[in-house]
Design a protein around this ligand. Structure first.
Ligand code: PMV
Length: 328
């Protein structure tokens, strides 16, 4: 075993995934595909070294619940190529994500951990195989192996081997900006895995959500290929609001938004009516993400920062591929 360090950037789904398909829960198989944009700056840096025993530090602190998840994921990576016992690992991770944001770090975190662990274990895996492994930590992590615009297919196989992301277009394909509008501090009330299960079990809209997602993915990919922002924005908003409708119809309801979330959405639409072309999306949390051209980003960010309740607005360009290096 060697020591290795990996950096992976977070991503935001333009076409969302919500729900798992039936099968082995440890495979973490999504019920629908998704299409994402990897972001600059927001990233996880993870080092995996041989250790006396397993240890995990996140931003310099230990956390037993997170350490158990990390150990389970190291087992997955090791067992993908080795029958015997896994060597103990010292894992150190730093999240370069906005402080107090409650922005999900699982995408960049599990992508960086997968890449660093595979290099440390000296496994000869291609990015597709690494993506399939990262997916077992968190669905969105499968997309963070690549920069730019990425699509994660739903896959059909029970063993998940065909459920891996692939890069559609690199970061320089289309110079867009994604504004992250922070509307709350602290962690979200219910995690996505539990929320998804609850929606699949109880939301009468869940079957419609699953049945209509493939068409959204095709529309999204075509709009990306054509660099057609109006077409991409329309299908991105539709995917987001369908997912939230499915969440709202869950029993008990999943409401990830707060009043400021709605105010920010209305502000984006008001700006759009005034000629500032911009589109919204939001995930399993209260923050609003806004897609626009670079030349409009500063004016939109200023308008959104002025919405009462908004804490901060980050402006982000498309980000790079995940990368890894062996350490001495
Ligand atoms: O990566 P997970 O399993 O935490 O789920 C992510 C779910 C959404 O962020 C709501 C949508 C998505 O595709 O990223």
């Amino acid at each position: 075993m060697r020591a290795a360090r990996a950096v992976a950037h977070t991503n935001i789904a333009l076409i969302k995934y919500w729900g798992k398909r039936p099968g082995d829960p440890d495979q973490n198989l999504p019920a629908v595909g998704s299409l994402s944009l990897t972001l600059e700056r927001l990233r996880s840096e993870t080092t995996v070294r041989p250790g006396e025993r397993d240890s995990f530090q996140l931003d310099g602190h230990s956390d037993p619940a997170a350490a158990a998840k990390v150990a389970r994921h190291l087992d997955r990576v090791w067992r993908s190529a080795n029958p015997g016992p896994r060597p103990p690992c010292a894992v150190d991770s730093t999240n370069h994500l906005p402080t107090a944001a409650g922005l999900a770090s699982s995408a960049s975190g599990f992508a960086a951990l997968t890449l660093a662990a595979a290099a440390a274990f000296e496994l000869d895996l291609d990015r597709g195989a690494l993506s399939a492994l990262a997916r077992r930590g968190s669905g969105s992590a499968a997309r963070s192996l690549w920069g730019g615009f990425v699509r994660l297919g739903r896959g059909e196989r029970a063993d998940g081997a065909d459920c891996r992301a692939r890069p559609l277009f690199p970061a320089d394909h289309w110079d867009l900006r994604l504004l992250v509008v922070h509307t709350a501090k602290g962690p979200k009330p219910i995690g996505s895995t539990d929320g998804m299960q609850r929606s699949a079990d109880t939301s009468p809209y869940y079957p419609a959500w699953v049945a209509t997602s493939e068409a959204d993915l095709e529309r999204g990919e075509r709009a990306l290929a054509d660099r057609d922002l109006a077409a991409l924005g329309a299908v991105m908003e539709h995917s987001c609001f369908k997912m939230h409708a499915c969440m709202l119809a869950t029993v008990p309801p999943l409401i990830y938004w707060n009043g400021t979330t709605l105010a920010a959405i209305h502000e984006v639409w008001a700006a759009r009516r005034a000629g500032l072309e911009a589109y919204v999306t939001s995930d399993a949390g209260p923050h609003v993400k806004v897609l626009c051209r670079p030349d409009l980003a500063a004016e939109l960010a200023a308008r959104l920062a002025a919405v009462p309740g908004v804490h901060a607005v980050d402006t982000l360009a498309p980000g790079p591929d995940a990368r890894v290096e062996l350490l001495p």
